[in-house]
Write a new protein. Structure first.
Length: 321
């Protein structure tokens, strides 16, 4: 089959999402000779960009700030030729270029055509859904200690959750807060051993085991948190001027809802090659169904998604081996 001539304005691969998964996909796609555009998003920051300190990324034993790591990814992606666009994608629609399927990727500023799309839209923090939570957002309730921790110097705060993120946030908050109470619905932490050990050894961290947050109190600002013991049903209130919620992530997949298969939690279902149920659409990172959400796994996802998208595009063009 002879190679298909594609107009210059049509990209080979459009990547939606500017976190580690999307940027790694951009590096691999552009390095593989694909004409690549990446939409980084203007309104939502990557989760890793808000991480104060990352110490388990291979090759950087001294650790690194999450924002700095993402900036390195961006520089590398640009060096290989990926075009980075700071815009939110509002709509994704399948179109035809003659007999060849393509995708219309729309933002508020432009409409870009691409032969394939890699979705790397990540996830956002899950909320507790309790009374007054929304009212106290920005007035004591936060979902990012790196963002808001310095506002709580010498104050008492609580962290809700028992996983790696919650424990990391609690440890980080001890730099500012006078007291940090970790609230967890179980009687032991889910966090990995070394993190749990650090938290348990920290004199500024207390633990409220077998407890959930039932309600919040305060006038203009948060002043207290009411806890309920999940075993006895008893309640008690503890003073807190800040509450940091770390109880999981919600995959940001609304853009492809109705286009590709989603799992019960809203994450995108992919195969091991990051292909979705719809040819031409690939996905990677925190938005897909997976058991471990880490920077290193996101990068692996991104590399695989780019490789699969490249093979798909080359088959469309008639240039595959």
């Amino acid at each position: 089959m002879s190679a298909l001539r594609i107009p210059d304005h049509i990209y080979d691969i459009a990547i939606i999402g500017g976190g580690p998964a999307g940027l790694t996909a951009g590096i691999y796609a552009a390095r593989g000779g694909m004409k690549t555009v990446l939409f980084g998003g203007a309104s939502v920051a990557s989760q890793i960009s808000l991480t104060d300190f990352l110490e388990n990324y291979p090759g950087i034993p001294e650790g690194i700030n999450g924002y700095d790591l993402v900036e390195r990814f961006k520089q590398q992606a640009r060096r290989f030729g990926t075009k980075l666009v700071l815009s939110d994608v509002s709509f994704l629609m399948k179109e035809m270029f003659g007999d060849i399927p393509a995708w219309s990727v729309r933002t508020s500023d432009e409409n870009v055509m691409a032969l394939s799309v890699i979705v790397a839209t990540g996830a956002t923090w899950h909320k507790l859904g309790i009374p007054s939570e929304e009212r106290f957002i920005g007035k004591g309730v936060s979902y990012c200690a790196t963002c808001d921790g310095p506002f709580f110097k010498n104050r008492s705060v609580v962290v809700v959750g028992g996983g790696n993120t919650a424990v990391q946030e609690a440890i980080y908050l001890t730099r500012f807060a006078a007291r940090v109470t970790v609230i967890h619905r179980r009687d032991r932490l889910r966090a990995t051993g070394i993190l749990a050990e650090r938290a348990m050894a920290n004199e500024k961290i207390d633990f409220a085991w077998n407890s959930v947050v039932e309600s919040l109190s305060g006038l203009d600002l948060l002043q207290g948190v009411r806890l309920r013991d999940v075993k006895t049903g008893t309640t008690r209130e503890i003073p807190a001027e800040g509450m940091f919620v770390c109880v999981g992530l919600d995959p940001q997949t609304g853009l492809v809802r109705g286009l590709v298969d989603l799992a019960e939690d809203g994450s995108i279902v992919t195969g091991p090659d990051m292909r979705t149920s719809l040819p031409g659409i690939f996905a990677c990172g925190d938005c897909i169904r997976k058991t471990l959400r880490q920077v290193v796994t996101a990068c692996g996802d991104g590399a695989m998604a780019a490789d699969s998208a490249q093979h798909y595009v080359e088959e469309l063009k008639g240039t595959s081996y």
